[in-house]
Design a protein around this ligand. Structure first.
Ligand SMILES: [Zn+2]
Length: 206
């Protein structure tokens, strides 16, 4: 039996199947018991708490590998990798943290001028659309992900002056992108399908 703890990380998907948060197994189970969440598996099937108990029971006695159980005297549960909150419509209220990683996520790891996919983190630079030296601020609406080549070409100029065109107008992200630094590396594989759907992981296979 693989040991697990109630502090194990569980991914949270909102009503729109967007991965918006990471919670603990303990809190995930509370949601499941209350009926405010369902377990969601990588095939996008959702399971109520009762259903999940049955599924867990079924596998418990089998010789299936790779499943982790959490056990109490009365119940055994397969540790869910992700939960789905069908009623969680409102997006997190807190503003999206402005960070390099979140900027990369917003811009989908793509140079916002030439459209090149920047797989290698070393290729990624941050461009101030209106250059800092000309009063441009470091805010969501004035910074974009940019490859080194375009950044060099642009220099201390506006896109117009440099003959560059933005692929899209930079905006403040609408929902809380997961902060990559916060999510446990060993979960990456297991959460892949959900993170890809939210546009979080794809293109980051540097
Ligand atoms: Zn570029």
């Amino acid at each position: 039996m693989i040991k697990t703890s109630l502090q194990e990380k569980v991914l949270v998907l909102n009503k729109f199947y967007q991965a918006t948060q990471i919670t603990t197994l303990q809190r995930a189970i509370c949601h499941l018991v209350k009926g405010t969440a369902k377990v969601i598996t990588p095939d996008w099937t959702t399971h109520t708490f009762e259903e999940w108990i049955k599924i867990s029971k079924f596998y418990e006695n089998g010789s299936s590998t790779g499943l982790t159980f959490i056990r109490s005297p009365s119940i055994s549960l397969i540790v869910p990798e992700a939960i789905y909150l069908p009623y969680f419509e409102s997006l997190p209220q807190n503003e999206v943290v402005f960070s390099r990683q979140n900027l990369f996520l917003r811009d989908q790891f793509t140079c916002q001028y030439c459209g090149k996919l920047l797989k290698n983190p070393k290729e990624r630079t941050i461009d101030h659309v209106i250059p800092k030296s000309r009063g441009g601020k470091t805010v969501w609406t004035n910074v974009v992900l940019c490859c080194k080549k375009c950044n060099l070409k642009k220099g201390n100029r506006t896109p117009d002056e440099a003959g560059l065109k933005l692929l899209k107008i930079p905006r403040t992200p609408r929902w809380q992108a997961l902060i990559l630094e916060e999510f446990p590396k060993h979960k990456k594989e297991k959460w892949k399908v959900f993170l890809n759907f939210a546009g979080i992981l794809e293109n980051d296979e540097a």
